[in-house]
Design a protein around this ligand. Structure first.
Ligand SMILES: Nc1nc2c(ncn2[C@@H]2O[C@H](COP(=O)(O)OP(=O)(O)OP(=O)(O)O)[C@@H](O)[C@H]2O)c(=O)[nH]1
Ligand SMILES: [Mg+2]
Length: 198
């Protein structure tokens, strides 16, 4: 299996099942708090500046954005949770959209769940992780913004995050930075493993 990860493009945006691509190409979805770095993760992995739009403005991504990678794999960028300035109605709509995708999508092979390496996971982070475990969806836990912490403290922060999430040892934990590309190779290894092994 050789995937040209530089051959990537946005395929479509969806709010519900009716819009999802109809084929059996494996998908890996990105989940995490607003502003944690989901879109940056996609751009960094695909070596593109601004394929997945990023901004300092949280809550920007409102749709499920499907990215085609060399017609062999897809990333699905999911709107971030935990953004305070959205109405209850918006939050419910968001919840339904995510839940529908995560619980019914047969193409889904794993979720890259992003947390900030600097901070203890929030209640929303814990809830998301528990949700993924409940539905037995494999998780690649990616701790972002590692460039903002000295390397000597990474272990301590990793332990703190694992403890708070009650991290399952069968899941993968990766320390990542979009700024200096820490963890890119490891993340691809994990993604290819889940996507192309039967
Ligand atoms: N220092 C540093 N900043 C980062 C990193 N990843 C993302 N950022 C910054 O964090 C901000 C948010 O990044 P995004 O990738 O847009 O976050 P997102 O999770 O897609 O946010 P939503 O689409 O709102 O859910 C931007 O200003 C990024 O430049 C990283 O690894 N290191
Ligand atoms: Mg985004």
């Amino acid at each position: 299996m050789k995937v040209n990860t530089h051959n990537a493009d946005i395929l479509l945006s969806a709010t519900n099942k009716g819009h999802y691509p109809q084929d059996d190409i494996p998908e890996v979805a990105l989940a995490g708090r607003s502003n944690v770095g989901k879109s940056s993760f996609i751009n960094t992995m695909l070596n593109r500046k601004n394929l997945a739009r990023t901004s300092g403005k949280p809550g920007k991504t409102q749709l499920l954005n499907f990215f085609n990678i060399d017609d062999q794999l897809r990333f699905v960028d999911v709107p971030g949770y935990g953004y305070a300035r959205v109405s209850k109605k918006e939050r419910e709509k968001w919840g339904k959209m995510i839940e529908e995708y995560l619980t019914t999508r047969e193409n889904l092979r794993a979720v890259v769940s992003l947390v900030d390496l600097r901070h203890e996971p929030s209640a929303d982070d814990v809830q998301m992780y528990e949700f993924l475990k409940y539905y037995e969806i494999p998780v690649i836990l990616v701790a972002t913004k590692a460039d903002k912490i000295p390397r000597g403290k990474w272990n301590k922060h990793e332990s703190m995050i694992k403890k708070k999430l009650d991290f399952d040892k069968t899941d993968t934990f990766i320390i990542f930075s979009s700024v200096n590309k820490t963890g890119v190779e490891e993340a691809w290894d994990a993604i290819f493993d889940y996507s192309f092994s039967e």
